[in-house]
Ligand binder design. Structure first.
Ligand code: FES
Ligand SMILES: [Fe+2]
Length: 335
């Protein structure tokens, strides 16, 4: 799960954010030592959810709203009504259950597995496999950027359909006329289409660096960088929790049900742009529109795919990444 600067900045001790990972609710908390930690959002007493708000801040402890068991910011049980009269309740034993956490690219990455796979192999390895080297993504300096706009989409489609949609631009000329137009008129796109031969494949290339299209659409000096680091959600199965989220060029999204996915999309800008309160709506507009067009296509596909008329479909050559994604999913399920 990629959380973008969720937690109150450097002074945000006690700031928390709640995220859903598959079936589990996870709490990410910044401690008094400024370290981020993640816990399952489940009280060790009788299982109530500790934080019900999506984000917020506490002074120094997390208190369960049911019987008031209280945990410090590192998850240790520190107080409970009549705790001193309950010698059987070992404070060390009944701390919040920790979840593995890493920070990279300005995101918080969590993994529910007891023994998570290597972050370097799994997450960074996927970047290397796709882009050649880790530098290719680190040079965006995403951790130095701030969120200028966040839009959350509630999409009535399976998470895999959304990933597949992001992996090809075969559909771009059909459903994204505005994007196609911008790419055609951008000097970078013209150069690319000269080498690639078609506006369509130039659109696909630009998907990998959306800042180009966003800049082209604004014509302004505000340099938006829509987020390029992202995560693939885990399907709602225990099996899936043994993977770190897998970066691709799409926003983090959380499967909520077999036919419903929540996608959270951030538009990133330099800190000064966000701090100055400049209007970023023009640069948001194009990709917001593209997102809506994509999600509408996914929502049309979801019910149709359930028909007996659909038997797995056909992948055309420019959709070969989808074939690799299918192999990846199949391997994970088999494992
Ligand atoms: S369930 Fe949390 S204090 Fe009882
Ligand atoms: Fe699209």
């Amino acid at each position: 799960v990629g959380l973008r600067r969720p937690l109150g900045g450097p002074a945000g001790s006690g700031a928390f954010r709640k995220v859903q990972v598959g079936r589990e609710s996870v709490l990410v908390v910044r401690g008094r030592d400024r370290q981020l930690r993640a816990f399952l959002n489940v009280c060790r007493h009788r299982g109530a959810q500790i934080c019900t708000e999506d984000a917020g801040s506490v002074r120094r402890a997390l208190q369960c709203p049911y019987h008031a068991w209280t945990y410090d910011l590192s998850g240790t049980l520190v107080a409970a009504p009549n705790l001193t009269k309950m010698p059987d309740v070992d404070r060390d034993r009944y701390g919040l259950l920790p979840v593995h956490l890493r920070e990279w690219l300005g995101y918080v990455w969590v993994c529910l597995a007891d023994e998570p796979p290597s972050f370097e192999d799994d997450v960074m390895g996927a970047v290397v496999e796709r882009l050649g080297d880790v530098e290719a993504i680190e040079r965006y300096e995403l951790d130095a950027l701030s969120v200028g706009r966040r839009i959350t989409y509630d999409v009535q489609a399976n998470w895999k359909l959304i990933i597949e949609n992001f992996m090809e631009c075969y559909h771009c000329a059909t459903i994204h006329p505005e994007l196609t137009e911008v790419l055609r008129s951008s000097p970078t796109a013209t150069r690319r289409s000269t080498t690639s031969g078609t506006a369509r494949s130039s659109a696909r290339t630009s998907r990998a660096s959306p800042s180009t299209a966003a800049r082209a659409s604004t014509g302004s000096r505000v340099s938006p960088r829509t987020r390029t680091a992202a995560t693939t959600p885990s399907p709602s199965s225990r099996r899936s929790s043994s993977t770190w989220s897998r970066p691709r060029h799409l926003p983090p999204h959380v499967p909520v049900a077999a036919d419903r996915t929540v996608v959270e999309c951030d538009w990133l800008y330099s800190h000064e742009v966000v701090a100055s309160g400049r209007d970023v709506s023009r640069s948001v507009e194009l990709f917001h529109r593209v997102n809506e067009q994509d999600f509408a296509a996914c929502e049309r596909t979801q019910p149709a795919m359930s028909s007996r008329a659909y038997e797995g479909g056909v992948l055309v050559p420019s959709e070969h990444h989808i074939g690799a994604f299918h192999d990846w999913v199949t391997q994970r399920l088999a494992g």
